[in-house]
Design a protein around this ligand. Structure first.
Ligand code: MG
Length: 181
């Protein structure tokens, strides 16, 4: 028997579906990426941000974190967790901390730039993060960190690509100058 209950594409679809079910569209995450990167990358389009978000969501560890974290949020909302985990997740207790630990696995995919962006988003609560932080809208103890982490990782991916392109342009220019000499 196949031990893997679901294949990669099903995990991706389920993760995206769960995000939407919890009020987060991929465009909302792309908005966060744009917010983080617009001052650093001239002419950055929302489409590029969205593609980076999709690439991050394509990673299995990201899908697994979403499937796990969102489910814990939902179970806490339905008061299905055992005490004291129920209270810790439902109240988003700051000493609980595993929501952040889970998100760090996503943030670190593209190196340490992601960490700075994640911390920044966590502090200013921009866009969809503001909505998720409002307790009237349900339990989003895991989801707010996961969404911030995906945006931070997608930003790092864009920043790394930009840097690589610049380096390649520089190399081509140097090679050109050599031949002209
Ligand atoms: Mg949280």
């Amino acid at each position: 028997m196949d031990n893997l209950a679901i294949d990669g594409s099903e995990a991706y679809r389920t993760a995206v579906h769960l995000l939407e079910q919890r009020g987060v569209r991929l465009e909302d995450i792309a908005d966060l990426v744009m917010f983080l990167q617009k001052d650093y990358i001239a002419g950055l389009s929302l489409q590029t941000c969205l593609e980076a978000v999709r690439a991050v969501l394509g990673k299995r560890e990201v899908q697994n974190a979403l499937l796990t974290g969102i489910q814990l949020d939902m179970l806490a909302e339905q008061k299905q967790l055992l005490s004291p985990l129920q209270e810790m997740v439902e109240e988003d207790e700051s000493l609980y901390g595993l929501d952040e630990v889970m998100s760090l696995a996503i943030v670190n995919i593209y190196g340490s730039i992601g960490f700075t962006n994640y911390g920044y988003l966590d502090k200013i609560k921009y866009g969809i993060l503001k909505k998720l932080n409002d307790k009237k809208n349900g339990v989003h103890t895991f989801l707010d960190d996961l969404v911030g982490a995906i945006a931070a990782a997608a930003s790092s991916r864009i920043a790394h690509r930009q840097q690589r392109q610049q380096e390649e342009r520089m190399k081509m220019k140097q090679a050109f100058n050599q031949t002209v000499k």
